[in-house]
Ligand binder design. Sequence first.
Ligand SMILES: C[S@@+](CC[C@H](N)C(=O)[O-])C[C@H]1O[C@@H](n2cnc3c(N)ncnc32)[C@H](O)[C@@H]1O
Length: 287
Amino acid sequence: MSAIDRIAELVGERYGLNLDPLSEATLHHRLSERAAATKVDGLDGYLALLERTPSPGGEWEELLDLITVHETYFFRDESQMEALREETLPALAKSRKDDARLRILSAGCSTGEEAYSLAILVRESHLFEGWDVAIHGTDVSQRCVKSAKHATYRPASFRLPNPAPHAFTRVNDRMKVNEPYTSICDFRRHNLLEPMPLVPAQSYDLILCRNVLLYFREEARPRLVGHLARYLRDDGWLFLGHAETLPKEEKTLASKFVRGALAYRRAPVRNSDRAPVDRSKKPPSSP
Ligand SMILES: C[S@@+](CC[C@H](N)C(=O)[O-])C[C@H]1O[C@@H](n2cnc3c(N)ncnc32)[C@H](O)[C@@H]1O
């Protein structure tokens, strides 16, 4: 196997990413540049460097930034934003009103525009005033996470009409997200192929994982979606990118159209899938 093929295999094993769409020439060029920058002996030396570097971090950080796509912008996908604003958030405001607690995950958040768009939708809805609200953004790229925490954006992040200009303050040629919106967002590095440390099952009411799955190898997709399904609450909602679908192995989620946008919810357990009940056993005594 060539060094390039083995590097692509390692990237797939550790991060689930599919490098096939990059042409051989592009990949060769990018990897050779990193090999030269790290002063190792060609692509074989670069492969050896990656193999002995624990991921994430170190040279993996540099490589991931070369091979991942970070494109994102505020209020991306208007039909999903409308579905969230008009149906999903109002439904969650009802179903979660006893706890007055809302947890949202923006998985593969890139530089944070998605998480802050959600923060704006949540606050502008006025449905969650006085609630304990937290929006967690995660990305495998430490640079993206740092940039998300900085919350300052160039005009390229605003490709659609901005429904809440008051949520930003102009700083030179950039726009900074204001404190009431940043204070409910938190960002950390996380590889979506792995479970999230210390996060119990059913932690999130709403998960957005958009435009991430399409960069994954087919065989890695069930693992990523399996993690998301586990973190989704019974009455929660998952949104993928509009060009993405669930892998066929995923059986716990079912699709549902919300105002023309596709969302996923926990599938009702069919009678045939229920564990048989042993009626000879007494019910457990109450604590
Ligand atoms: C195209 S951006 C999508 C940003 C945002 N979700 C959106 O739809 O606008 C894809 C992001 O997924 C991240 N990513 C790729 N592989 C990942 C992995 N294994 N774990 C976590 N994030 C990953 C990339 O770093 C990149 O920032």
